[in-house]
Design a protein around this ligand. Sequence first.
Ligand SMILES: Cc1cc2nc3c(=O)[nH]c(=O)nc-3n(C[C@H](O)[C@H](O)[C@H](O)COP(=O)(O)OP(=O)(O)OC[C@H]3O[C@@H](n4cnc5c(N)ncnc54)[C@H](O)[C@@H]3O)c2cc1C
Length: 673
Amino acid sequence: MTAPLAADVLIVGAGPAGAITAAELARHGLHAVLAGEETGEADYDLVLSGAAMRGLASLGALEEVAARVVDTVELRLGQGAGHVLPEAVNAACDRRHLVDGLRRLAVTAGATWLPGTVTDLERREGAWHASTGDTTVSARHLVVATGAPSGGTPHATGLLCAQRYSGVNLTASIVLALPAPRTIDPAERPTCVWAVPGAQAGTCTIGASRIGSADPDELLETARAVLAEGDQRFAGAVPAGPLVTGVLNSGFAPEHSVRDGRLLVGDAAGLVNPFTGEGLSYAVQSALLAARAIAAHPDDPDAAGRAYTRRLSATFVGYFETATHAARRYHLAWRVLVATADDERPVSAKLRRAVLTPDGFSGLTAADLMPLPAPDVALLGPFLLACDEVAVSTVRKEWPFIARLLIAGEHSPHQRLRPAAPFFAALLAGGNPPDTAFVTLAAAIELATLGALAFLGPMPPRAAPGRRVDWAVASTVLAGDFLLAQASRLVAASAPEVSWSFADWLGELAALRSARIDPAGRSRAGEVFAALLEFPSRIGAQLGGAPPETIRALRDFGNHSGHAFLHAEEVLAVRGERTRLDVTLPGMLSGRLSAIPDILPEVTGGLLAGDPDARSRALDLAVTACRDAHRAALGALENVAHPVSARILESFVATVCAPCAPAPAPAPSPAGA
Ligand SMILES: Cc1cc2nc3c(=O)[nH]c(=O)nc-3n(C[C@H](O)[C@H](O)[C@H](O)COP(=O)(O)OP(=O)(O)OC[C@H]3O[C@@H](n4cnc5c(N)ncnc54)[C@H](O)[C@@H]3O)c2cc1C
């Protein structure tokens, strides 16, 4: 028997989740013992999503695990051509390199590596005790990273398999294929197939996941056949490695991730997407969250457990519910995905991401971060957090992907570009501390804004003749209506005195929208965005008791900021960069979402695509219009006396206009003013 080991944290299981937990704990100066079986890892390639890559990069581990960036993800839905998933940057990585690299990383950071199976685990006198071979370990905290347990609930359990192939010409893409449902049974569970390039030229790994029972040989053969159908790259694929299988456990619920004082991470917590079988990014993220929760409460395991549950809820809100809903209603989800595959409206782009890729939600919510001094954050942060809670709890049951959209991203609520921020700042403008009762109204404003945006953008391609339901339109209308209805309900319940103004605002948005949809409509594109930001600024000032001239100034501020937002979108789109609303330039033009044709009628979409000169004229025009609107918004702020209010609003509009930086000088005050 070797001398007993005493540590701060014992981590059982040394797969990706366990090794990362140990590395992160060691970085926080805690003594972590990483105890795990040394099963020889089979050679096959894994897909690392963007979120997994960012987590690994934060540990400096991307080189250690020999990750290879693959910047195109092709999505294939049934038969037919693939769709490129924009900005779904991923990496490929050998499973053995990943696990060995992460274990090395943990040891280098200072963790103790203890190879072997952990047995005799028990909690006595406030500490955990366990054995590995002839070594006993005791520790205050316990992290369970033992991978997927067998025996979950049928709707959440399935099979994952993968095998390396040669003779495949796949170099620069990851292919993700969702075959059409095989039966007409509405309860049929999804199958997902993927192919990821190997490090050796001409090799790739083909993988598949299926919820429910499945035979691995049959599942992998299906996967190969699905990929080979109409795609010559897979025609000559021959197996070049063992068939590897594992249990898919997707029964995640934050409240079940701490059991009897043990923190469960990765697959052990059921953190696997039931739709795609992806689990690594959650293994990485949950490991980091668990380690940080323990580091924040090194002497109090119960507090660490509570903090971990909270952080998990916030990080994965809506995501697993969305994927689980989609998996349970595969027929519907598949049809909506097929119908909206080329639909560029923000609501469809975000839905696609919510179901298929966990990250990439930075668009509307987190593309640009609002910098604010700490005392302002201390004021604004709690208000926005409370607003998030109300908004999310209003929609998460019926439309969890919207809940995901509302709060996802890796940034604090106060940093995101969102209408609740100017609303809060405007409440302050009267000089009184903002009434927390208005949190619910802020949530209603955010929901209504999303609802209005759901209807904006290019129309999806026309339904094929004979198809009875246009799923793209149906899902958009349902999501948009649901949001607007929930927003109105919140206002009626929390601030009945503004119900009329709120209804007027929704009516105005509807009128502006329909004028945009109607090709003969006369409204200008910027008016929709102006209306979207004018209301929160004006009504906030009114409710906060600001004097009439300040209310007028804030109305103008909202208007100008809305126009500035649209022009900033145009600047991003013309430059070919991702816009906050997730639309491209052709999408903006065909959806009549751009002011460029209002100002330069001769500049058509085709001209913009092919003529650099027209492009540069359009860009100059959009930059100038954005800076003008920015300047006008700053001018309006001269009538806002409250310094914190003015500072938040200034930061808000500067963030809106960031794509057109440098910021303009404020408009000169009128002589004698
Ligand atoms: C074939 C296959 C292909 C996959 N492909 C992908 C992919 O391409 N992309 C992706 O994102 N996800 C993929 N996944 C899912 C992904 O591999 C998992 O989500 C991820 O490995 C989870 O990490 P983990 O550390 O939680 O668990 P695991 O990787 O399962 O590690 C758990 C470790 O704990 C050890 N252990 C268990 N019990 C004990 C004990 N009592 N004592 C000591 N050690 C113990 C196990 O031996 C194992 O080493 C795939 C899964 C499979 C099976």
